[in-house]
Design a protein around this ligand. Structure first.
Ligand code: 5AD
Ligand code: SF4
Length: 498
């Protein structure tokens, strides 16, 4: 993480779920708006304390220091913010370099094979470089998936903990501090969510908060139900308390997170629907923008579109992964909807009074995907006119039903389909963004370029806007910007004073 704002499209395209971080992937590509922020400004500052952290000080390692690196999606990024909060509350201090840290933690992703491989190659580096006394821990999806096997592959690892066990972290840390060598937290069987009093937030403008963890959907290609466990929602009152705290801290934008955020089911007697929760969050004094990701098409209904229409604070953007435009492939993927049913949800969005931007995730080369199936995905792009899409080559994953499916598509063919898909989507985005030239839109200013008078931020529709303004103090402010130019991934504009 750097402290500057990076304007390059390459960098922007590296981040993930629109409005957040993409699942880390070399095979997946983003053709769309993205979270342009790469800021690392902790809101939570704490003076270093080392009481209770029993790690020796040596070889340049600071006692009670931790290094935490995150791979993968926005959910992982936010889990890391909470993990860092737990460690800070215990008296640890965070360091930027592994060679200074007494505890080195990797919060990992296993959604595609390359993401998981990256974790093992990173761990492999410690075979020779690990310093005496350093504790190395693996958190997140690879931890859950590989479990204790990690100790065999990398015997220098002392902690393996999946995300469904994070609520036990203080206990696991205590065992480590007491000298424990092979500590695990691998329980999946939980109805609890991970709530902490302190979250060390990295993004100074947009605060993320998880409202539902896990996934019950069982798509045939996906590891998430195995790595993150069953769906469990936080009580609406607890979510709203956190939003009020965030508003008091000065945040004006919040993003509600969940693998299937709109499957939210309030466990409290209040039984607030997801769309009601969106409205309630937007009503909190001081909150100006509410975002949410990722929505599952099956649970996406009219009430959500109506909430966006009636409450201006709910951002005009929906991330609605389709995965494929072919009903046959959708059936094999166990996505629980057909192409036509998905298009009915899109019709709700297209018919809205507000111009809601739509983004998606797509997988090419699923086992048995024919040329005809692939063409149906291409034609779906025409029908929907997405504002952004994350496209991935199918990656066979352990334990998933699709692993055993026949008719694997050769790697070169997957690459060809991915390139064709991305090229088409790029042109759709170019045309969509060009249509905005001449309009004036509201932007939350999140970054300042090294170049004079150059600023950047996001529109309500989550498009990246790079614009000029002679003003000096714009960070964190909402400004009106006239669109003067467009590319597939971002808009160019000029600050207009009203
Ligand atoms: N192969 C390729 N892409 C995958 N995704 C999930 N599992 C796989 C897999 N096995 C993609 C889906 C999902 C996004 C987060 O990652 O598109 O929406
Ligand atoms: Fe994976 Fe499907 Fe759940 Fe999304 S909805 S996390 S793709 S199983």
């Amino acid at each position: 993480m750097g402290n500057g704002f990076d304007f390059s499209v390459e960098r922007l395209a590296g981040t993930g779920v629109p409005g957040g971080k993409a699942p880390a992937s070399e095979s997946g590509r983003y053709t769309g708006q993205s979270d342009g922020t790469d800021l690392n400004v902790g809101h939570y500052k704490r003076s270093p304390q080392h009481g209770g952290v029993n790690v020796p000080l040596q070889n340049g390692i600071g006692a009670g220091t931790f290094y935490l690196e995150t791979f993968g999606c926005q959910m992982n990024e936010h889990d890391s913010e909470k993990v860092a909060g737990v460690l800070l509350a215990r008296g640890y201090t965070q360091v930027e370099r592994t060679d200074e840290a007494s505890v080195i933690l990797y919060n990992t992703c296993s959604i595609r094979e390359k993401a998981a491989q990256k974790v093992f190659s990173r761990l492999g580096e410690y075979r020779t470089t690990r310093k005496e006394g350093q504790v190395i821990g693996v958190l997140g999806c690879v931890a859950q998936q590989e479990g204790e096997d990690i100790f065999e592959r990398a015997p220098w690892v002392s902690l393996v903990c999946g995300s469904a066990s994070y609520r036990k972290l203080p206990e696991l840390l205590a065992q480590l501090e007491a000298g424990g060598k092979r500590i695990t937290g691998l329980d999946l069987d939980t109805d609890e969510t991970f709530e902490t009093e302190i979250t060390r937030r990295d993004n100074p403008w947009r605060a993320y908060l998880t409202i539902i963890e896990g996934c019950d959907k069982a798509c045939s290609y996906c590891v998430v139900p195995y790595t993150r466990g069953p769906e469990r929602s936080r009580a609406s009152a607890s979510v709203l308390v956190e939003v009020r705290q965030l508003a008091d801290m000065g945040y004006t934008e919040v993003q509600l997170l969940g693998q299937t955020v709109n499957s939210y089911a309030d466990p409290s007697a209040r039984r607030m629907r997801f769309s009601e929760l969106l409205e309630a969050v937007a009503e909190v004094a001081g909150i100006r923008r509410v975002r949410f990701t990722t929505s599952h098409p099956r649970d996406f209904g009219k009430d959500i579109v109506e909430a966006i229409e009636t409450v201006p604070g709910i951002c005009e953007h929906v991330h609605l992964p389709v995965q494929s435009g072919s009903t046959n492939v959708l059936r094999a993927m166990a996505r629980t909807y057909t192409r036509d049913e998905y298009l009915e949800k899109i019709a709700l969005l297209h018919g809205s009074k507000r111009r809601i931007s739509i983004t998606t995730d797509l997988i090419v080369g699923f086992p048995g995907e024919t040329e005809k199936d692939f063409k149906e995905t291409l034609s779906l792009l025409d029908a929907v006119q997405y504002d952004g899409a994350f496209s991935f080559k199918y990656s066979p994953r352990p334990n998933t039903p699709s692993l055993k499916m026949d008719d694997a598509i050769p790697e070169e063919e997957k690459s060809r389909r991915l390139a064709t898909l991305m090229e088409k989507q790029r042109e759709i985005q170019r045309a969509r963004n060009e249509r905005l030239v001449g309009e004036t839109v509201e932007v939350l200013v999140e970054g300042k370029s090294k170049r004079e008078n150059q600023w950047s931020g996001h529109t309500s529709s989550n498009k990246v806007m790079n614009f000029t303004s002679p003003e000096q103090k714009l960070l964190g402010h909402y400004v009106q910007v006239r669109v003067t130019g467009a590319s597939p991934n971002s808009l160019i504009g000029e600050h207009t004073k009203v």
